[in-house]
Design a binder for this molecule. Structure first.
Ligand SMILES: [Zn+2]
Length: 422
């Protein structure tokens, strides 16, 4: 009996080792964070924080207006190649894609930032620095995300982390309004269709996690007629008056507060002079909701309001034969979508945060992750650490604070827990 116990005691470590070799290792963030190679990668991200910040500044000083991201994209690609990702390439839409091979191809995990800004080509994009505070257009949104993609690629290489699945390091074009998600849409519907298992977008600053996608419908609405003299041609439908009626109708739309559903007329344009009935006037309208059904319902009500305005303005001048037209151009459709808080990618995000010693809050947003979410591909957007102010303004700021490196560490740990570490 004693011999048996002794034998078992001696054999126990061996048996445990055998069992460990057969069952897949846990990919929980708290567990893999303790693996030596992962530990080394996380340490690199903390120690090399200055490198990450230099990348963030220098990539940001290359202008990247909507549809003008090519120069920044080429430099981002060049940097990925320099980090050992020799196949880094630019796809037909302009996205940068670099594949880091795992043992198997799947799961394929995308870690992505967006290349574009909201600022026109002529914007001064110099970045200034005072201590940990950086000022410059786009410095947080989304030069922070791009720097994190580079920093994680570098840390995984230097620590020699071997993953089970592939990790794709990506810079997308067209995330901001005018781009209408053209980069990520191309990625998921053409370039990498059906081959991405998880999508992580790093966008902006803070330590929040977006797992619900606010959908939006954006339109430019025109009222048009022949135009004429304000005095001489009086008595015909006036496109500006029709637009006014339409705005009054939109202002009275009723929407639910839960799911949050919103509408706004953001831009007004048209007319040539005070003494002319305008030939054309236009407005930009933004409709949003977390719920696809609520968004569709709001969209239908919005169209009714436009049609009523058109008819009311025509009816106001029954004796006139002058035409009045309504035209609706679609300028952006971002699908709404949600995934449960218990989805694996969401839990990986929350658990990785906990493993790094902080708590992340879940929220909804409108980002590159909208597109994969609407297609049923697990996707989240995480903040890039630090704190930020004034996104989309010329006075944009990013403060790295004392623990800005938590952002890149978080991104790395989520990506590794989803890809699996050998
Ligand atoms: Zn952004």
């Amino acid at each position: 009996m004693i011999i048996h116990v002794l034998l078992l005691t001696l054999l126990a470590p061996l048996l445990a080792a055998c069992a460990g070799a057969q069952t897949p290792r846990s990919s929980a963030p708290s567990v893999i964070a303790q693996r030596p190679s992962v530990r080394a990668a996380l340490d690199t991200l903390r120690v090399a924080n200055a490198w990450t910040l230099e990348e963030q500044v220098s990539i940001c000083e290359i202008p990247a207006p909507p549809f003008g991201e090519a120069r920044r994209a080429e430099e981002f690609r060049r940097r990925l190649v320099a980090l050992g990702l020799s196949d880094a390439r630019i796809d037909a839409e302009g996205n940068v894609i670099a594949r880091r091979r795992g043992v198997a191809r799947h799961p394929t995990v995308v870690l992505s930032g967006h290349l574009d800004t909201v600022f026109p080509e002529s914007t001064n994009v110099n970045v200034t620095r005072q201590g940990t505070l950086f000022k410059g257009p786009g410095i947080g949104d989304d030069c922070r995300g791009l720097a994190i993609v580079l920093a994680v690629a570098r840390a995984l290489a230097s620590a020699g982390v071997q993953t089970q699945g592939d990790i794709l390091f990506v810079g997308t074009v067209g995330e901001e309004g005018p781009g209408n998600l053209r980069g990520v849409r191309h990625l998921f519907t053409k370039e990498m269709r059906d081959s991405i298992d998880y999508f992580i977008s790093v966008d902006g600053t803070g330590l929040g996690l977006t797992n619900r996608a606010v959908g939006s419908h954006r339109y430019r609405v025109f009222f048009e007629g022949p135009g004429g003299h304000s005095y001489g041609a009086f008595g015909m439908p006036n496109p500006a008056h029709a637009l006014g009626r339409a705005i009054a109708g939109i202002a009275e739309l009723r929407v639910p507060s839960d799911p949050k559903t919103t509408f706004s007329v953001g831009v007004l344009e048209g007319g040539t002079s005070v003494n002319s009935i305008p030939a054309s006037v236009a407005m930009d309208v933004d409709l949003r909701s977390e719920s696809p059904e609520a968004l569709d319902s709001l969209d239908a009500d919005f169209r009714v309001a436009l049609q009523r305005a058109l008819e009311a303005e025509r009816a106001r001048w029954p004796g006139s034969r002058v035409p009045l037209h309504l035209r609706i151009d679609t300028t952006g459709i971002r699908p709404a979508g949600a995934q449960p808080d218990t989805a694996r990618i969401v839990r990986a995000g929350l658990d990785a945060a906990r493993a790094l010693g902080f708590t992340s809050e879940l929220s909804s947003g409108s980002t590159d992750a909208n597109l994969p979410m609407s297609l049923g591909v697990p996707a989240i957007t995480i903040d890039g650490g630090g704190t930020g102010r004034g996104a989309h303004s010329l006075a944009e700021e990013y403060d790295d604070g004392e623990r800005g490196w938590l952002g890149p560490q978080w991104a790395a740990l989520i990506a590794l827990s989803l890809a699996g570490v050998r």
